[in-house]
Design a protein around this ligand. Sequence first.
Ligand SMILES: C[S@@+](CC[C@H](N)C(=O)[O-])C[C@H]1O[C@@H](n2cnc3c(N)ncnc32)[C@H](O)[C@@H]1O
Length: 210
Amino acid sequence: MNASKNQARKYWIEQEAELPSMFRKIDVQKLHASEQREMIGYFPDLKGKRILDLGSGIGRYTRYFSQHAQHLTSVDLVPQFVQKNREDHADCQNIDWICSDVMQIQLHEKSYDFIFFNWLFMYLEDAEVKQLLERSHLWLTRDGELFIRETCELKRSKSRDPTYFVHYRTMAEYASFLHKNWDVRKEGELKTYIYCYNDPFQCYWHCRKK
Ligand SMILES: C[S@@+](CC[C@H](N)C(=O)[O-])C[C@H]1O[C@@H](n2cnc3c(N)ncnc32)[C@H](O)[C@@H]1O
């Protein structure tokens, strides 16, 4: 594993299993609620679908997916996040939890209808993003869909905080990852962050497998 990959994983392993860790901001309850309302508005109908949530953190979307889909597989690297996610959703009967690096998981082909990446790709190297998108293509059924949300920038950059390793890519870079194998059905910026922080760089893509 190269040094930057190690740094990204090390950062996450050391975080507390609480909402502020997911946002890297304090006082995030309202932001979380508003973001979630907006994002859910962009999701397709999930009834009867099998969902894979990669880099699911403490499970901000777990209850919604569990209640609106047939089944959820929730994957995160960090044991304390997976533990918190399990505890908070112990009443949900249709979830599998996997504690693993997403690059290490092995899943059956065509076993998911919808894959959700909410703030994961920015912690992965370009080659890993490409590989994960290729694997996602295999894991999805025909007409399977992806939903990706990432923090972007006008120019590719990294965090100024030396303890926090992240790739801020441009929207065009993400578009180039997607153009070959995915039909982008809808893309845009989250209005919640424009209203709250004047931040137009919280970007999303809803794609269908070609
Ligand atoms: C900003 S948090 C977002 C969590 C969640 N998707 C949300 O929106 O609340 C990033 C998450 O990605 C996870 N993560 C980072 N690198 C990972 C990897 N290589 N494999 C699995 N999970 C990873 C972290 O543990 C963390 O939970």
